[in-house]
Ligand binder design. Structure first.
Ligand SMILES: Nc1ncnc2c1ncn2[C@@H]1O[C@H](COP(=O)(O)OP(=O)(O)OP(=O)(O)O)[C@@H](O)[C@H]1O
Ligand SMILES: [Mg+2]
Length: 463
């Protein structure tokens, strides 16, 4: 990043003003200086400052008055206060009026530099966010969630119902089914859309850091905590937090989270101040949370708190009628992104996509199509352009069966083994189709009547 940051220093004592200016210039910022508040306010009319650093005690306009005016005119400008023989009250008042932070004289230059860097990092995030938000609102329109199957229709109607509320939502679904997408769509189409959407993946953060990531910490609360830091909950204030992979959260944190959800307040790690918050909570998991509860790994009371409105995302193999639709959606998206002419998929390739089991769900589909677009020679995607697992997935189907069993050295009873295998696969098919026999039969490439026959023969049915 080049010297794009503009800093204004307001200080009546010339030596101190010059020292500060020199120091920050050396760090590569654009610096302007003012000797009093009136001069400073005039300069803010001409330059949009990222940071105003002002002495609290000035002749004429006071530091607090400058702070108030700056914040009124340009709320995104961060104001750092310099306090002389600071009485705590003035510093507190400044913080209440929206000062970013304050620093006491004699100024510790290292500390000041760090504070400035911290403030700039924050404005960068804010700027990015307001631009990003524009983009995201378009990206996360419900129309961009693809699917016309019954399962998706009921998903949409449920989303419509909760999008305008603040209800706590639990999104369930296998990996790659679109949990994060749905969480974002709920946020960016709801009344909190102008406020932050903050996601935290509980599985990706080491347990010992998770608490501070979620709730923040105060300086010195543990080794490496050099500064007070806001956690994700505070960052999401007014908006939405997505607690992703909630199933992996350690039990002691589950207890803390439960308290936060009940009290709408957090306490930073090592702190003793309670901070009131207004955050909509959406959690997501690909785990069977009810099972986790039964087995004592997830608090039951927390589960009920989070599971006010459950939203279940169907696996792709449970909504095969959406496969072609999704494939064409990703195809046109990829062509657009790569600025390639429009492409089509030939029927054999579509059939192969439809027969595949999609363990990685929509994300896997996205990758498969992207890869095929990159590799395809012409304007049509043929079966050969799909990854190898698809050639195996076309009829005669062998979809999902990776590798073949080895013959044990002692041999086996082939008839029994095959019957066993058949029962197993029928059981799987019934599970996938949630007991709908026609669908299970389709999955196995046999007639429904054949399936019923087989079920009768193998009693008790393998379910
Ligand atoms: N119905 C859909 N329509 C269009 N794109 C989708 C749909 N569902 C998922 N996607 C896309 O698939 C990818 C995976 O979705 P997402 O990250 O939301 O899944 P997830 O359930 O959170 O997965 P994981 O459990 O692995 O985190 C994303 O790029 C998302 O935009
Ligand atoms: Mg996810």
């Amino acid at each position: 990043m080049k010297n794009q940051f503009q800093i204004l220093i307001v200080e009546d004592e010339a030596p101190s003003r010059q020292a500060l200016a020199m120091l920050l210039k050396k760090s590569g910022y654009e610096i302007q200086v003012a000797a009093n508040g009136e001069e400073a306010m005039e300069m803010t009319n001409k330059t949009p400052f990222d940071i105003v650093i002002t002495d609290l005690f000035l002749p004429g306009l006071s530091g607090i008055e400058i702070l108030k005016r700056v914040k009124k005119k340009a709320p995104e400008t961060h104001v750092l206060m310099i306090t002389g023989n600071a009485s705590a009250e003035t510093a507190v008042e400044a913080m209440k009026e929206g000062a970013f932070d304050y620093i006491t004289k004699p100024i510790n230059f290292e500390k000041l530099k760090l504070l400035v860097a911290k403030a700039l990092e924050k404005s960068l995030l804010l700027a990015e966010n307001s631009y990003l938000r524009q983009q995201l609102r378009g990206k996360y329109r419900f129309e961009n969630i693809i699917g016309t199957s019954l399962a998706m229709q009921s998903l949409f109607s449920r989303m419509e119902k909760v999008v305008t509320t603040d209800s706590t939502v639990l999104i369930l679904g296998e990996s790659g089914t679109g949990k994060e997408l749905v969480a974002k769509a709920l946020h960016f189409n709801g009344s909190r859309r102008e406020k932050p959407f903050v996601a935290i993946n509980c599985a990706a953060i080491p347990a010992e850091l998770l608490e501070s990531e979620l709730f923040g910490h105060v300086r010195g609360s543990f080794t490496g905590a050099f500064y007070d830091k806001a956690g994700k909950f505070e960052q999401a204030n007014g908006g939405t937090i997505l607690l992703d992979e909630i199933g992996t959260m350690p039990l002691h944190l589950q207890t803390k989270l439960l308290r936060v959800l009940q009290d709408h307040e957090i306490e930073r790690v090592g702190g003793n101040k309670r901070i009131a918050l207004n955050v909509r909570v959406i959690s997501a998991t690909n785990a069977d949370l009810e099972k986790e509860v039964r087995e004592g790994r997830f608090r039951e009371d927390l589960f009920y708190r989070l599971n006010v409105i459950p939203i279940h995302l169907p696996a792709l193999r449970e909504r095969r009628e959406d496969i072609a639709l999704l494939a064409r959606h990703f195809l046109s998206k990829n062509c657009q992104e790569l600025k390639r002419p429009k492409m089509t998929i030939d029927p054999k390739a579509i059939a192969a996509l439809e027969h595949y089991l999609w363990p990685g769900n929509v994300r896997e589909m996205e990758n498969v199509i992207e890869r095929s677009v990159t590799l395809a020679e012409g304007e049509v995607i043929h079966l050969e352009d799909l990854p190898p697992q698809f050639s195996a997935a076309t009829p005669p189907r062998a979809s999902g069966l990776q590798g073949l069993p080895e013959l044990p050295p002692e041999g086996l009873d082939l008839e029994r083994y095959l019957a066993h295998l058949e029962r197993h696969l029928i059981g799987e098919a019934l599970k996938l189709s949630r007991g709908v026999k026609a669908r299970a039969a389709a999955l196995l490439g046999i007639k429904r009547t054949t399936l019923v026959e087989k079920l009768k023969r193998s009693s008790p049915p393998a379910r």
